[in-house]
Design a protein around this ligand. Structure first.
Ligand code: FE2
Ligand code: FE2
Length: 221
């Protein structure tokens, strides 16, 4: 695959197959990015454990447990890919933590506040999970294409993760429907979730681009 080697000068350029390929040409930057993704995969902040306690439809509860295991496994797989570069882990600055940013922009609050409204809370959580999974389904294939240039083995790992994320979108939609009072309410919630997530993704992308540029990770390629 021929991908341009031009240095991406904006988040929009970085988050493309060519931008990723440029970033991943450096094993250090590749390891950093894979560990950054792993961090997001497992940054559930206790929400899955609480969902397993509260999702009271048995067949759906089983799916939540599978989802939690999938995300833990994704984090391990991505860390394994990062470790194969031979690069030591580097600290991930808090201002590029996507899930934490999303949580702040969603109004923050602890688990008590997040689960305060019973079934409505569960609908909200799965609507947001669905939107986050949709982001993965859109964005990860671009990462996979960029990764395939320097590290086809890791690109194959990511391709398998993408298949799981596609399944997660469908199941999150199904659960949010089961807990929604009606379809119109769910659509309103989804619209709001998409707006908040788009803002989180844009802000975090800008912070990530700034970080990899200023820290020399991008220039190291
Ligand atoms: Fe995942
Ligand atoms: Fe997922």
């Amino acid at each position: 695959m021929e991908l341009s080697a031009v240095e991406p000068t904006s988040p929009a350029e970085l988050f493309t197959p060519a931008g990723y390929a440029r970033l991943f040409a450096s094993p250090r930057a590749r390891a950093f990015h894979l560990r950054w993704m792993a961090h997001a995969e497992e940054a559930d902040e206790g929400i899955f454990d609480e969902l397993i306690r509260r999702v009271d439809i048995p067949e759906l509860n089983k799916l939540v447990a599978i989802h939690a295991d999938d995300e833990r496994r994704h984090a391990e797989l991505l860390r394994g890919c990062a470790d194969r570069t031979g690069m030591a882990p580097e600290p991930i600055p808090t201002d590029i933590h996507y899930i934490e940013r999303l949580r702040r922009l969603s109004g923050g609050g602890g688990l008590e506040a997040i689960f305060a409204n019973g079934h409505t809370s569960i609908m909200h959580i799965f609507a947001m999970l669905m939107v986050v999974e949709e982001r993965g389904v859109r964005q990860f294939p671009l990462v996979e294409q960029g990764l395939r240039v320097s590290d086809p083995e890791s690109a194959d790992v990511l391709a398998a993760i993408i298949r799981d994320e596609q399944r997660h979108v469908g199941y999150a939609r199904a659960i949010s429907r089961r807990y929604a009072p009606d379809e119109a309410t769910l659509e309103e919630v989804l619209t709001l979730c998409r707006q908040v997530e788009a803002l989180a993704f844009a802000e975090n992308g800008a912070a990530y681009h700034r970080f990899v540029t200023e820290s020399g990770l991008l220039a190291a390629a």
